[in-house]
Design a protein around this ligand. Sequence first.
Ligand SMILES: [Zn+2]
Length: 270
Amino acid sequence: MKDVLTAPFLAELVRTCTNMYAHGWDERNGGNISMLLNASDVAEYLDLKMVLRALPTGFRAETLDGKYFLVTGTGKYFKNVQYDPAANLGIVRLTDGGQTAELLWGYSDGGKFTSEFPAHMMSHAARLAVDPENHVVMHCHPNNLLAMTYVHDLDEKAFTRTLWQMETECIVVFPEGVNVLPWMLCGTNEIGEATAEKMKTARLVVWAQHGIYGAGRDLDETFGLIETAEKAAEVYLKIAHLPWKNTITDEQLHQLEKRFGVNAREGYLK
Ligand SMILES: [Zn+2]
């Protein structure tokens, strides 16, 4: 059995936490990541029959039954993950239709999965239904996207169109746009269900006055989605209060669609 600390999936997740903290997206214990793992990959490092603890989840997620996830811990600081992965991360297997998370490794100080576990698992289920290759769900508090939710209309079409106009590559990176939830109490099954519903039509879901959820096939794709939307929001905040002399027009956005072979969200362009 190999040492799980040498597993590429674990090393990459640790690097991602460190990078997100460096971007200022994950102050204190802000932010959380969950990554779907292949059972055969986990079996190289852990005895799958050795369950350390059985943790109740408080929700059902039938389609995720038997699946393995690497998940950041509740109350843990992203800045510390690199120094003690075993205390800050855990590998769990969902059973009982998602109602129990069997801990196979991690949370070594007696901790458990992130308080946003419902939103993560429900989002995985929603994304897997539209993309069987989806592996990652990521939540964080990027400054500019957060700020934008205070001054911009929260209508999804309007919010998306503004981001697309702020940087040429946006429509190529997230042609389906971003979905937006109004402020809701976090950590609940309700916000989990609402996020998952929004995840059916987009990989990015903004939580107004809180942060963002991203989903993707791997850590790079998911990080890159958030990074691109956050950059666009930064440009918006730099110019929102100034008179605009230019923008990226719908005609130009159509040109980008054609050039890069992407389809903008139906009805979002004239
Ligand atoms: Zn948060």
